[in-house]
Structures are given as C-alpha cells and as structure tokens.
Write a protein of this length. Structure first.
Length: 150
C-alpha cells in the first residue's frame, strides 16, 4: 500500500508539474502570438503607406516625363526647325540628318572612325552593333550587324 501511495503521490506531483509547465508554455506562445499580430499590423500599415507614396511618385514621374518631352520637343524645334525638330524629339532616324541630330537622339557614340578624301569626309559612328555612315556630317546610310538598311 505504501508503494501505491508513493506512486500516487509521484503521479500527482508529475501531473501538477506538467500542467504548470504546459500552462507556462501556453502563456509564452500566446504572448508571442499577440506580439506578432501587433508587428504584423504595424508592417501592414507601413506597406499601405509605401504603396500610396509609390502611386503618388509614379503619377508625378509620369507628369514630369511628359513635361520634359515637351520641353525637349520645343528645344529641338528651335534648334533644327519644326519638321526636323519634331523628328529628333520623337527619336526618328533618317537619311539627311546631321551628326548633331543623331547625337541629340542617341548620345555620344561608342566609337567614331573618319576618312578624308578630296571629295568629302566620310565618318562612321558606332552604337553597339549599329553603324551610321556620314558624308560631310550628313547621314547617308546605316547598317545593323551585317544587314545594311536602305
């Protein structure tokens, strides 16, 4: 009987300890859950705020790009005349344009080669795999890779 009482006593102590430990773990997990919910709410609020800011900045950027395009167009029209200025502003390439016009559209070329003859100066401007051919600074032709454009 004494063994039975001892065993019962030990079971009661173990059960109490297990119950206390279980409750402590449960409380710890509940606290962690509440903390994570709070952090999640804060992060959602920050995401919403950043989404609104991004939307606002995107609209502002679009408006600024349109304004810049109009300023560039006016500048090119003033510099090259109405027809050619509009072509340059829209990024068009055509035979008869000048080296300055191409530079305004594409920027500085990767490489330039030039050959002087008695009948004119022939220049090649290289942009990647596209080569532009000029005679006396006027575009006469171009080719991309190995395929010549006419």
């Amino acid at each position: 009987m004494s063994k039975l009482l001892t065993l019962l006593f030990l079971l009661t102590i173990c059960s109490t300890l297990y119950s206390q430990n279980h409750q402590s773990q449960k409380d710890s997990l509940l606290n962690l859950k509440n903390s994570l919910k709070s952090e999640n709410s804060i992060l959602k609020s920050k995401i919403d705020s950043l989404t609104n800011l991004f939307s606002s900045l995107s609209e502002e950027l679009t408006a600024n790009q349109s304004e810049l395009a109009e300023i560039n167009k006016r500048s090119f029209v003033k510099k090259y005349g109405k027809e050619n200025g509009q072509r340059v502003a829209s990024g068009r390439i055509w035979k008869g344009m000048t080296t300055d016009m191409l530079k305004d559209i594409w920027g500085k070329p990767d490489k330039i080669t030039s050959n002087k003859y008695s009948y004119g100066v022939y220049t090649q401007w290289y942009y990647g795999d596209i080569t532009y051919f000029f005679k006396n600074s006027v575009l006469i032709d171009w080719e991309q890779g190995t395929e010549k454009k006419n």
